[in-house]
Write a protein that binds this ligand. Structure first.
Ligand code: C2E
Ligand code: MG
Ligand code: MG
Length: 343
């Protein structure tokens, strides 16, 4: 029997020979075309598994190869299978989360220069039966790649709108705004406007208190469609905030044409504002840009007083960050407002 190491070397050698052969331009009629390829390999050390299993292993190696550099060769290894299985499990759990009522909304305070609560940002949490409260970093990408983001995003919006409708009756709470994050994928769906309008109908939320947070990636493709949808929603009174501002590559000329109300300075700049001159310059010019476009500006990720003081001295008067409060349940927000009103 040929040793495993030798088989590996042989397979690798053949793979690179194939890739080299494919490097030659191919003639199609009078044109010549270039193709690139990637190779996934699995070594059949024993024949205990079915042919399908080995083909699947080869596929997994191939998709890893495709995800890396061009012309890559990758061997299957068992950790690929473990990762894939974990992803499949997560996906099936996410599919059931809505039905099992495992989604929660937490709210993070946004304050003015005097520390008064002016609004909250709604942040999604997943109450997982085994893992506890899971943060969005772990599931938003999968919600997006599976299209589940449309249903979950609608749940988030409905929950936030219900909250606004409930607060509308209270003189202490009716001035608070709620900011809701909208994924670019959700925004680009054909029926996005219809679904949102149905939520507004069902909840009767005061739409002047609602802010939708979008990111610059929304405007990379189908810009006019995004702009038109924003205009329709603006006509209903909804406001727009541009989240994570400064991390994207959108053209300022284009941004100026969007019906935005607020720029939200990304936390990565805010947190470095005292240490890095470059970051301080970015924050300063963002504040100046907001002023010249007649937009509000809010800084997110403010963790220490010195950051807030710097921001205030440079003309930013709205803040969000651990310094003022972490994302908490609606009960905690309401209790904080009550406490403030008696203070
Ligand atoms: P984001 O919209 O930029 O939200 C701000 C994130 O920064 C939140 O993380 C918040 O907990 C965190 N944060 C706030 N203040 C501070 C601070 O002072 N220091 C530090 N280190 N972090 C702070 P979270 O809740 O984990 O959310 C992460 C991202 O997931 C959000 O970033 C947003 O892009 C996305 N996300 C959350 N909820 C939703 C949702 O309902 N729909 C969609 N599409 N995306 C959501
Ligand atoms: Mg946000
Ligand atoms: Mg952000």
């Amino acid at each position: 029997m040929v040793a495993h190491g030798k088989l590996r070397k042989l397979a690798e050698h053949i793979a690179y020979k194939l890739l080299a052969a494919l490097d030659e331009p191919i003639s199609v009629g009078e044109e010549s075309a270039l193709v690139t390829a990637s190779v996934g390999i699995t070594i059949i050390a024993d024949s205990q598994r079915s042919a399908d299993d080995y083909l699947q292993q080869g596929d997994m190696a191939l998709s890893q190869a495709k995800a890396s550099v061009r012309r890559a060769v990758r061997f299957f290894d068992p950790s690929m299978q473990a990762k894939l299985l974990a992803k499949v499990k997560l996906e099936s759990e996410l599919r059931q989360a809505l039905e099992h009522q495992q989604w929660r909304l937490h709210y993070q305070p946004q304050v003015d220069r005097l520390g008064r609560l002016i609004g909250v940002e709604a942040l999604l949490r997943w109450q997982h039966p085994g893992r506890g409260l899971v943060s969005p970093g772990e599931f938003i990408p999968l919600l997006e790649s599976t299209g589940l983001i449309n249903d979950v995003g609608e749940w988030v919006l409905e929950e936030a709108c219900q909250q606004l409708a409930q607060w509308a009756g209270s003189p202490l709470l009716n001035r608070l705004t709620i900011s809701v994050n909208i994924s670019p994928l959700q925004f680009r769906e054909n029926n996005f406007l219809q679904r949102v309008e149905q939520v507004f109908q069902r909840t009767q939320a005061p739409l002047e208190q609602l802010k939708l947070e979008v990111t610059e990636t929304l405007f990379v493709e189908a810009r006019d469609d995004a702009r038109d949808k924003m205009l329709s929603l603006k006509a209903l009174g909804v406001r727009f905030s541009l989240d994570d501002f400064g991390t994207g590559y959108s053209s300022l000329a284009y941004l100026a044409q969007l019906p935005l109300d607020q720029l939200k300075i990304d936390q990565s700049f805010v947190q470095q504002v005292l240490e890095s001159k470059a970051n301080a310059a970015i924050v300063e010019s963002t504040i100046a840009l907001a002023k010249s476009l007649n937009l509000d500006v809010i800084a997110e990720g403010v963790e220490v007083e010195a950051q807030q003081a710097w921001l205030m001295a440079h003309g930013c008067h709205a803040f969000q960050g651990y310094l003022f409060g972490r994302p908490v349940s609606v009960n905690d927000i309401e209790a904080a407002v009550l406490a403030q009103s008696y203070a």
